[in-house]
Design a protein around this ligand. Structure first.
Ligand SMILES: Nc1ncnc2c1ncn2[C@@H]1O[C@H](COP(=O)(O)OP(=O)(O)O)[C@@H](O)[C@H]1O
Ligand SMILES: [Mg+2]
Length: 241
């Protein structure tokens, strides 16, 4: 990639300054970025923080929640000091809850109505939490692929920048459980636990596996889930996990 191409890519700050530093300013605008990790690694927190960072800059956001109920999400945001309740009231933030139990209705909605709904909202940022549950709506591989591809196309087509979360495969935590989402994504960020020498989990670390149309740090950087959300230490020396 030429330097001029890289410079011309508009950036969308992620809400995590250390991650922005790793990416040269943020996600390239319009990207669909997968954030994969085991439970408790902060995927929902990162997704919420990404939307709230947009709202702070006047960019409206859509949170598609397949896992958590709306009140629980708003309570999490409150816990990090993010004014999500006010953003919902002012229609800067839309939270859509898709209950994975309502399989048929949801599949129809995702494949036919959602692109129109997303376009109608005119949002600049979208978070989908999580595509792993989305994949459970279909009981075969072609169905899963069709649902995921149509959702990704709807997000991309809206011109928004999108963050998709996915459960990592517990046996191979370097890839998403479905192994599919990587292919519809322009970027992949992996959140993981560090193993101490005694095999116990100690601390958390992040790495950017891929990010189209930009150079990025490839090393593994430590992060914490602090009182204001995720904080990545982009300056720590790679500890090679
Ligand atoms: N207000 C908070 N302050 C600090 N840490 C928090 C706070 N809320 C949640 N956490 C941490 O975040 C973790 C869950 O993050 P979450 O985004 O739900 O992970 P995931 O979606 O990957 O399962 C909790 O286990 C806890 O360690
Ligand atoms: Mg979660």
């Amino acid at each position: 990639m030429s330097g001029s191409e890289e410079r011309s890519t508009a950036r969308v700050p992620t809400g995590v300054s250390g991650l922005d530093e790793m990416l040269g300013g943020g996600f390239p605008q319009g990207h669909v970025v997968l954030v994969a990790g085991l439970p408790g690694t902060g995927k929902t927190c990162l997704a919420l923080g990404f939307l709230m960072a947009g709202i702070a800059r006047g960019e409206s956001g859509l949170f598609l929640s397949l896992e958590e109920e709306v009140p629980a999400l708003l309570a999490s945001a409150r816990g990090f000091g993010w004014p999500a309740d006010a953003a919902v009231e002012k229609k800067q933030l839309t939270v859509l809850r898709l209950d994975p139990k309502e399989t048929k209705g949801n599949l129809h909605r995702i494949q036919s109505d959602l692109p129109k709904e997303i376009a109608g909202l005119g949002v600049r940022r979208i978070a989908v939490d999580s595509v792993s549950l989305l994949n459970m709506l279909s009981d075969d591989e072609p169905g899963r692929r069709a649902t995921l591809f149509s959702l990704a196309a709807a997000c991309r087509g809206s011109g928004a920048t999108t963050l998709l979360t996915a459960e990592a495969d517990p046996l191979h935590p370097g890839v998403s459980r479905d192994g599919l989402t990587e292919y519809v994504s322009d970027g992949v960020i992996l959140l993981g636990y560090n193993q101490g020498s005694d095999g116990h989990k100690v601390g958390l670390s992040l790495r950017v596996l891929k990010m189209r149309r930009t150079a990025h740090l490839r090393s593994v950087q430590p992060y914490v889930i602090g009182p204001k959300g995720i904080e990545v230490d982009a300056r720590a020396v790679d500890f090679g996990l």
